[in-house]
Design a protein around this ligand. Structure first.
Ligand code: PLP
Length: 396
């Protein structure tokens, strides 16, 4: 029995089988490469699902975390701590929004955003039957509130009843959103670029149109930037390319670059008229360890011009991917922005390609049922794109 077989068997003995995992046991990371327990190396174009924006062992990042471990890991939110302050300053500066609440995950950031929106509406009229409009094929997480706004019946069905008052509209179809607006609508929630649903960027007309609906009806716009944020699409937050500002933004994944942390972030109007002491809380959220990571991530993004790097390399990545679409009949399109790209596959199971890629030492992800998803660390270089293309072609 190989080490891999042994570890898989021991894991399946004790870990609840909620994932059909690839038969690989990962052990170490270095830069944009991962190594498994057999010593096999993989080029990582998945980044732990758009998490490891800076790759593994990025200079100064590990050091900052080690220092924080020596200082203080946890205090609770009953007291102030310095990393919480600096992380909050970093997020508000980068987003131009006003107030931050740190969570431990993306799904908790969504829960907080939903509560903030409902409280905002309740403050206005005291009613308890407010509605939220969400998008079909969206993904916002697995906890009950986030699941309720996730437009995927397969994920929802076994867990009903979900939270009430959710209506679904078609992404990038403004009329379908208008059709769902009622007097009770308190928020519209959407991903600026749909991730799990298959890498669909919002069109400018759509996002601007949704914003207009929100402004005209005092509805809050919640933009989920958990996957597409943190520089991935070529600006710190994808919405910054649209000239549309959310009332509430959710962020996570690359926010801590591997340390579990998320946040919901409010503009001034919303922050001043929603959650107050007693309304919301978390034991771990915003703890010094997680916030030291967040602070360092923003510092390194700025110092090393990570977002500029994404913009410099995006045309090359897109050109190489477009060439693949031209060359292979079963690739019907490329979709995406920056380092969040999808190749649409027709007539072949994506899972088989992912498996072959893994054999060839390349980690890529899927999205929806028919998309190869590429969400590499933001620090990849041209040579890594070349290597990815070569290994992907070999896997076809
Ligand atoms: C991953 C993701 C979430 C959920 O985040 P978790 O940290 O897994 O709870 C929510 N929204 C989007 C857009 C995501 O990609």
């Amino acid at each position: 029995m190989s080490k891999t077989e042994e570890y898989i068997s021991r894991s399946e003995n004790v870990i609840l089988h909620t994932y059909n995992r690839f038969p690989v046991v990962l052990e170490k990371g270095e830069g944009v490469y991962l190594t498994d327990v057999e010593g096999k190396k993989y080029l990582d174009f998945g980044a732990g699902i758009a998490v490891f924006a800076l790759g593994y062992h990025y200079q100064d990042y590990d050091e900052a975390l080690k220092n924080q471990i020596d200082q203080l890991i946890h205090t609770s939110n009953l007291y102030y701590n310095v990393p919480l302050m600096t992380a909050g300053e970093a997020v508000t500066k980068a987003s131009g929004l006003s107030k931050v609440f740190f969570t431990n995950s993306g799904t908790e950031a969504i829960e907080g955003a939903i509560k903030a929106a409902r409280k905002y509406a309740w403050n206005k009229d005291g009613c308890t039957d407010h509605e939220i409009i969400a998008m079909k094929h969206s993904f916002h997480g697995r906890s009950m509130g986030a699941l309720s706004v996730t437009g995927n019946s397969h994920y929802q069905e076994p867990f009903k009843p979900l939270i009430g008052g959710i209506r679904f509209a078609d992404f990038n179809d403004l009329e379908s959103v208008k059709a769902q607006v009622t007097k009770k609508t308190c928020a519209i929630i959407l991903e600026t670029v749909q991730g799990e649903g298959g890498i669909y960027p919002a069109t400018k007309e759509f996002l601007q149109g949704v914003k207009k609906i929100c402004e005209e009806n005092d509805i809050l716009l919640i933009l989920d930037e958990i996957q597409c944020g943190m520089g991935r699409t070529g600006s710190m937050y994808a919405w910054q390319e649209y000239g549309v500002e959310p009332d509430i933004m959710t962020t996570a994944k690359a926010l801590g670059c591997g340390v579990p942390v998320g946040a919901f972030v409010l503009n001034e109007k919303t922050a001043n008229a929603t959650l107050v002491p007693g309304d919301h809380g978390t034991t771990y959220g915003g703890n010094p360890f997680a916030c030291a990571a967040v602070t360092k991530v923003f510092e390194l993004f700025e110092k090393n011009h990570i977002v500029d790097h994404v913009n410099e390399l995006t045309p090359y990545l897109e050109k190489r991917l477009d060439k693949l679409v031209e060359k292979y009949d079963f690739l019907s399109a490329r979709r995406g922005k920056g380092f969040m790209q999808g190749l649409v596959v027709t007539g072949r199971p994506v899972g088989e390609i992912l498996k072959k890629a893994l054999e060839n030492g390349l980690i890529v992800l899927s999205a929806g049922s028919d998309v190869i998803r590429l969400v590499p660390p933001l620090v990849i270089e041209k040579e890594h794109i070349d290597e990815m293309i070569e290994k992907l072609e070999k896997s076809f």
